[in-house]
Design a protein around this ligand. Sequence first.
Ligand code: SAM
Ligand code: SF4
Length: 331
Amino acid sequence: MEQLVDSYGRHIKSMRISITDKCNFRCTYCMPAEGLPWLKKPEILTYEEIVRISRVAVDMGIEQIRLTGGEPLVRRDVPDLVYQLHQLPGLRSLSLTTNGVLLKDQARPLAEAGLTRINVSLDSLVREKFAKLTRRDQLDRVLIGLEELEKYPSIHPIKVNAVAMRDFTEEEVLDFVQLARRKAYVVRWIEFMPLDADQIWRKEDILTGAELKAIIEAKYGPLVPVRGGDPSETARRYTFSDGIGEIGFINPVSEPFCSTCDRIRLTADGQLRTCLFATEETDLRAVVRSDADDEQLAQTIRRAVWHKELKHYIGDKRFKRANRSMSMIGG
Ligand code: SAM
Ligand code: SF4
């Protein structure tokens, strides 16, 4: 099938699929304390619909699929979906982004179903700070979930992602570095973006990757770049002079990577988004629920991709907030 390419010549290889808008956490940078008006069941794509859209997208060159949410593991039978996606010929990587709280029971079925990579979000290693940020006192369960993952080497690497926020993250940076050096986890920090439902984001709250790197280098000396990743890789990857441990910085605000962006996103209610900060979407749910055939579905996806946004404008006068917050998009 004709490959997915946008009007700026970017080849689209990666699709993030949100499988639910619901979540068992209420991270302050993402959701309001009381949650959001959840989608109703009939509004959400069924697994069958997700697999059909994925199959067509993989035929057009999508090589990586990442399941996300909301919290993906609150939806039932996620391993069944993983198993079906894993069968798609041409898919190179199938991953999941999770807050980790349900991994104790889910790690094994996910590994058995064919999950190959995982990102666990973890912003603090201090119980009180974790509880304040997520509004749930469940740090222990996340750490147990991470340990459980270590038993399944087919899920590799295990990435731990922390949102970097000024006056929150700095004091724990070195503890996270220790975690990356002690455990087989790749630890990455991602800059705080204006995608929070409560609109608390302020420019002053961004803690850049460069600032974090300086804190780490003050203790460990110059970090050593890890080369050889994908050109569309979002993280700047580093190891230490002794080669033990890997860390990374994802800097969408201070060093935007829009020019090499190869991603599209599918929301839980079947809307295709060609940018995290998109203000418009393409309704794939309507297409899969009509009598359109796969070629018509492919054409709809191709047309949307052609109009992929050039870049986000965070920090610029032209910046417009996305029409949904992070948990409704699928980060
Ligand atoms: N619930 C899962 C989790 O937390 O990993 C998956 C969905 S969550 C929306 C995906 C990722 O987006 C998480 O790593 C989270 O930390 C990140 N995120 C949420 N809001 C953000 C924001 N305003 N800026 C930067 N990252 C954010
Ligand atoms: Fe839930 Fe993830 Fe948003 Fe936190 S970041 S509230 S865990 S969707």
